[in-house]
Write a protein that binds this ligand. Structure first.
Ligand SMILES: *[C@@H]1O[C@H](CO)[C@@H](O)[C@H](O)[C@H]1NC(C)=O
Length: 502
């Protein structure tokens, strides 16, 4: 009887009743990346887990269930990314990285957390450029999970020992699409090799040294930093084309996308009052529209005044003289506008989330990329027939108007987006369910051999069997040489015999 009662009691406990303590580390990252971290944190708290987040963004009051540690202002916060090029991008990220390490390991709360790290069942590190979080992995006995916010990215996939075919997956910052030409493949390989082998390896000792200042005897950063059992990837094959992944590399893309909610009354009136549709213009959160150089602002205003559509512009200032068909707001709920039936075009810098959300809601995009992975995202959109790209260097009023009209008047863009939108809305489980399931799974099977890819323990020569090919070539060569001498020897003998007989 007691056993029966016990069994009944056990069966009444919901299967997800185990509450895990999870630590999310995102000391370095943009506002959008922080948003992704928070959305994952919320997803996990909804599933009953308790989450602690370390980031460079002030915690909002609305998330009482998430414990947040604020490291002070992010290097990204006050940066005008209109003034960045490729070189300054990487030094800016690197400087930011070292500064963030100082902020982290002089922070009492962080140090206390560091001492208690083994009380967490899992540590999730937003894993692009957050090598400075690796001290948390020293002697860590829980489950380490990586988060790849930027989408399919060769190096983070490689950390698990899996080499993606470079013929199909271009280097992150390149604008090549899914189908690359010969020259694009060449360029992608060269740029990636140079940037990785030189720039990254050049930066690593600095990071290592910085960490050793705070943690003497810190193990080689890459050994522990790349050692995650599970990698959550912010992408979906419906958007960028299928790529071979390990079972422990899980796509959770479109986590930020959701069905639209009703807009505030005045905005709703402005949008649905437009018989020609509405254009939504936003440069996201990392780039501020107020940072747009003055001459470009005037170009956009002039272009907008020539349109029959209405324009909703996320603009943080109120210094502009605007035509009647343009409305600006300091903040706009992007999902609700993109999902609004009146929206016909999204003018976007093509950050990761905006791009995903445009696809999810099926809105064509005029990409105006500025820096980082944005040119790539924009080019990929254009190549897939989801929009057009306009570069700042050759922007004119005429070109803005023409590009807008081209996209709005050609139904093919909207049709292509309908296909991808329905692919993104047709998933077996939601990205949120997938995230929760895999995080819990990784915690349950911590360090299990079936989650460890053998490729991780092979070097590049071994992985591509170059050592085996060399060995086989050697065997073949020895065999050929041996055969050659044998035949030569036999023939000579035969010849001599013949000579003697004569
Ligand atoms: C990497 O992680 C596995 C468990 O997932 C662990 O057994 C191994 O010791 C770790 N390696 C290093 C260098 O920390």
């Amino acid at each position: 009887m007691e056993l029966f009662l016990l069994m009944v009691a056990i069966s009444l406990i919901p299967s997800n009743a185990v509450c895990h303590r999870i630590l999310m580390l995102a000391p370095l990252g943009s506002w959008s990346e922080y948003q992704l971290t928070k959305i994952i944190a919320r997803t996990l708290t909804d599933a009953g887990h308790s989450i602690t987040v370390v980031s460079s963004f002030k915690p909002s009051t609305q998330d009482e269930l998430i414990e947040e540690i604020y490291l002070g202002k992010s290097v990204f916060e006050d940066k005008n990314i209109f003034k960045l090029d490729l070189i300054s991008t990487s030094t800016f990220v690197n400087d930011g990285r070292l500064a963030a390490a100082d902020k982290m390991y002089t922070n009492k709360e962080v140090l206390q957390l560091w001492r208690k790290r083994n009380t967490f069942d899992a540590i999730i590190i937003y894993s692009a450029g957050n090598e400075i979080a690796s001290p948390f992995l020293i002697d860590y006995t829980g489950t380490y999970i990586g988060l790849c916010a930027i989408g399919i990215e060769n190096f983070q996939i490689l950390n698990q020992g899996h080499r993606l075919p470079k013929s199909v997956v271009p280097f992150l910052l390149m604008s090549s699409g899914y189908h690359m030409t010969f020259w694009e493949r060449t360029l992608s390989l060269v740029v990636e090799t140079l940037l990785y082998n030189f720039a990254y390896i050049f930066m690593l000792p600095g990071i290592q040294q910085k960490l050793e200042e705070y943690f003497p005897g810190h193990p080689p950063v890459l050994d522990i930093y790349g050692n995650y059992s599970l990698l959550l990837i912010n992408s979906h094959f419906g958007m960028y084309g299928p790529v071979p992944l390990l079972p422990t590399q899980v796509e959770i893309g479109t986590l930020t996308a959701r069905e639209p909610k009703p807009l505030p009354e005045d905005l709703e009136k402005f949008m649905s009052g437009s018989s020609e549709g509405v254009i939504y213009f936003s440069l996201g959160s990392l780039a501020k529209s107020t940072d747009i150089p003055e001459n470009y602002k005037l170009l956009f205003i002039e272009a907008f005044s020539q349109l029959t559509q209405r324009v909703v512009w996320k603009y943080e200032g109120d210094d502009l003289e605007l035509p009647k068909n343009v409305l600006t707001r300091k903040w706009l709920s992007q999902q609700d506008i993109l999902g609004h039936p009146a929206t016909v075009l999204f003018i976007s810098h093509c950050g990761m989330f905006g791009t995903q959300e445009a696809k999810y809601h099926g809105v064509p995009v005029l990409g105006v990329p500025i820096a980082f992975d944005q040119p790539r995202n924009a080019e990929r959109l254009a190549r897939s027939g989801y929009g057009e790209v306009l570069y700042w260097d050759d922007m004119t009023v005429d070109k803005i108007v023409k590009s807008i009209n081209k996209i709005i008047n050609d139904p093919r863009y909207a049709q292509n987006l309908k296909v991808v939108s329905s692919a993104l809305k047709d998933q077996k489980d939601s990205p949120a369910e997938r995230t929760v399931w895999w995080v819990e799974y990784a915690i349950r099977h911590r360090g299990a051999p079936h989650m460890d890819y053998a490729g991780k323990h092979l070097n590049t020569l071994q992985y591509y069997m170059i050592d085996v090919f060399c060995f086989l070539a050697l065997v073949l060569l020895s065999w050929a040489t041996l055969t050659y001498f044998c035949i030569k020897h036999t023939l000579r003998k035969l010849y001599r015999k013949k000579n003697k007989e004569e």
